[in-house]
Design a protein around this ligand. Structure first.
Ligand code: AMP
Length: 223
């Protein structure tokens, strides 16, 4: 099963992608995580992306598509994938269609996770992840059970994204509205777009996504 999650920063794409990864045994492909890894490893791609990401702007399409194409061609994507943060522009969506067609793959569903803009900055500003296992937390909504210790793996090191601040968030939201939202009609026209309310509890959102995915699978199975 091949799925796209689309939504503004803070809508919960990463959280839901990790739940889907466990439920369906398919891989999460986050272009943001890939860029952050390239920056951390001081790869040339990371150097090209760093300043743009820190300012909240998008990385150019050609670099992003190349990186995604290389990743999606790996054997672990054969069973399926969840795209989290890609595509983010109409040219990226068109390029994805070409990449999938060349690999004899198709998209099963595109899930749009909606959220109230007023809640997004609060969600973004408090979030942090375990540096060791990647488990996600939030200062107010989901603190660690024991102060400074990861619930999942016991690590005491955590990361906060440098672009998770109110100033950069404004640019990221603007990028979402002007460059990413125009993708929605593209997928709507293909009949694979489903909308989910991202303001509900994490598990409620996950349940709604699974229901929508199950009906999408059924629709394909029955032709
Ligand atoms: P994310 O982790 O998805 O919030 O992405 C963090 C940042 O990485 C974005 O603000 C962009 O600068 C960059 N980025 C991630 N995915 C893409 C993409 N598909 N196209 C362009 N830039 C991206």
């Amino acid at each position: 099963m091949n799925i796209i999650l689309i939504g503004p920063p803070g809508a919960g794409k990463g959280t839901q992608a990790r739940i889907l990864e466990e439920t369906y045994g398919i891989v999460q492909l986050s272009t943001g995580d890939m860029f952050r890894a390239a920056i951390r490893d001081q790869e040339p791609l990371g150097l090209q992306a760093k300043a743009l990401m820190e300012a909240g702007n998008l990385v150019p399409d050609d670099l992003t598509v190349q990186m995604l194409e290389a990743r999606i061609s790996k054997p672990d994507c054969a069973k399926g994938f969840i795209l989290d943060g890609f595509p983010r522009t109409v040219p990226q969506a068109e390029a994805l269609d070409r990449v999938l067609e060349a690999q004899n793959k198709k998209l099963d569903a595109v899930i749009e996770i909606t959220a109230d803009e007023s809640a997004l900055i609060e969600r973004i500003a408090g979030r942090f992840t375990c540096a060791s296992c990647g488990a996600g937390y939030h200062d107010a909504f989901k603190p660690t059970q024991k102060d400074g210790v990861c619930d999942s793996c016991g690590s005491q090191e955590f990361l906060r994204r440098s672009d998770d601040n109110a100033e950069t968030m404004k640019t990221r939201l603007q990028a979402f509205h002007t460059q990413t939202a125009p993708i929605l009609p593209y997928y709507k026209a293909k009949g694979i777009l489903k909308e989910v309310d991202g303001m509900a509890e994490v598990q409620t959102v996950a349940k709604e996504i699974k229901e929508k995915l199950n009906s999408a699978i059924l629709r394909y199975a029955t032709g």
